[in-house]
Structure formats: C-alpha cells, structure tokens
Design a protein around this ligand. Structure first.
Ligand code: NI
Length: 258
C-alpha cells in the first residue's frame, strides 16, 4: 500500500516536473517570438501590421496623388481654354482685291498674324522682314504644314487695299495684307487684344499710330496658340512655331487613336 502511494507520489512529481518544463519551454518560445516577431506563427505581428498600415497609407497617398494630378491637368486644360477664349476669334476683313476675307476660310491652316500700319517708320518694317524670314524657314522645315502670314492694318484711314497691297509685296509674295472699315479693324483688334491709337498730326498731316507689336500664332482650328513680341528674334520665333506645330500634330494623332 505504502509502495503504491510512493509510486503515485513519484509519478505526481514527474507530472509536476514535466509541467514545469513545458511551461518553461512555452515561456522561452514566447520570448523568442517577441524578440524575433517575423518568425512568429501568429497571423498578424506588430511588424506586419506596421507594414500593412504603411502600404495602406502609401496606397491612399498614391490614389490621392493620381487624383491630384488629374485635377491639376483638368485645371490646366480649363486655364488653357480660357486663355484661348480670351485672345483671337472670328473676324472679317478686306483683301487687296476688295474681297471680304473671313477667319473661317483659313481653318486648316496655320496663321501668323501681325498688326501694324504702312506708314510705320521702323518697327513694322523690321517685324515684317523678320516675319517673312520666319515663314520661309517654316515652309522649308521637313514635313512642315506651312504657314500663312497675314498683315492687318491698324490705320484703315490711310491704308486702303491698294496701299496695303503695295506695302506687303515689299516683304514677301506670301504675305496677305488685310484692311477694312474702322469697325472691322476695331473688332479684330479687340479680339486679339491689340492696342492702337493714332497720334497728333504734323504739318504734313502725317501721324504715327502707337500699336501693340506682336505676332500671333493661330492653329488650323482657328485658335490662338502663342504670341511673339519684338524681343524674340527670327530663330526663336521659328523654333517656337515648329514646336507648337509638332505638339499640335501629336495631339491630333492622340485624339485620332483614342
Ligand atoms: Ni509699327
């Protein structure tokens, strides 16, 4: 009986011992998991939770970035459209044969438009000379769609169709000279934001017309694209026009395929 009891006690002791050992092993395992959580068998460790939240934040950030980019592109487009709406537009004028010429008939062509007056002592001749050279360069460029240069007078009182015809021929046979009634000239100048103001007359009844000195680039859709002031030289104007033409070409191809 006492032997039996003894054996029981020994086995109890054994059980107790093995329990102690396994709890110690558990403790050690937990310790090692805590110090090296990547090897943890649990479904989510703090580190993976951290990675997930970083990825989540990154994903949200990326989505936000994409959304922002899209909105910015839309805003740029709106601004571009507004800018285009502010300058240029439809016009009708008179050419050297007395025929009415409307902006619509030039759709499909690139235009380079300059406003001036035939009595201008130096600025207009310089600008028109530059314009003629630019147009020749553009026409010579490979795959060039060509460009139509147009001179519009801001002095319709003196610049009759005959005067304008004689004047434009001095610069280039390609240059189209346009005049019109004071109302027609006023309207096209307003559209292109061209300022002009006739100064006082001298004893010979001569006067200077103060005016905006800008060349306007208009695309084949009749939209204003770019402008070039007096400070831009022949090469700068030429390369900018070629870049604008290439950009426009690219856009046409894109909209064709999409
Ligand atoms: Ni001038």
């Amino acid at each position: 009986m006492s032997r039996n009891l003894n054996r029981l006690l020994v086995s109890c002791n054994k059980n107790f011992l093995s329990q102690r050992v396994s709890s110690a092993q558990n403790f050690l395992r937990q310790q090692s998991q805590a110090s090296n959580p990547t090897k943890g068998k649990g479904p989510i460790s703090w580190k993976s939770l951290g990675i997930l939240s970083i990825l989540g934040a990154g994903g949200l950030g990326f989505m936000y970035y994409v959304k922002n980019e899209k909105e910015e592109a839309m805003m740029r487009e709106r601004k571009r459209q507004l800018g285009k709406a502010q300058i240029g537009g439809k016009w009708d004028l008179v050419d050297c044969t007395g025929k009415t010429r409307k902006s619509e008939e030039f759709l499909g062509k690139w235009l380079l438009i300059y406003f001036g007056f035939t009595h201008c002592p130096d600025v207009c001749p310089d600008e028109l000379e530059k314009m003629a050279l630019v147009v020749d360069e553009i026409d010579k460029a490979p795959k060039s769609p060509g460009i139509q240069p147009i001179f519009i007078t801001v002095d319709p009182a003196r610049d009759s169709k005959e005067v304008v015809e004689k004047y434009v021929k001095e610069f280039s046979p390609k240059l189209l000279g346009l005049t019109g009634s004071p109302e027609q000239i006023n309207s096209v100048c307003k559209a292109f934001r061209v300022y002009y103001s006739a100064g006082p007359r001298d004893q010979d009844n001569d006067y200077i017309v103060d005016h905006t000195i800008i060349m306007y680039l208009v695309n084949p859709e009749g939209e204003f694209v770019d402008y070039y002031g007096q400070s831009k030289d022949k090469n700068q104007v030429t390369s900018s026009i070629l870049v604008n033409m290439a950009k426009w070409d690219q856009l046409q191809k894109k909209s064709w395929f999409s």
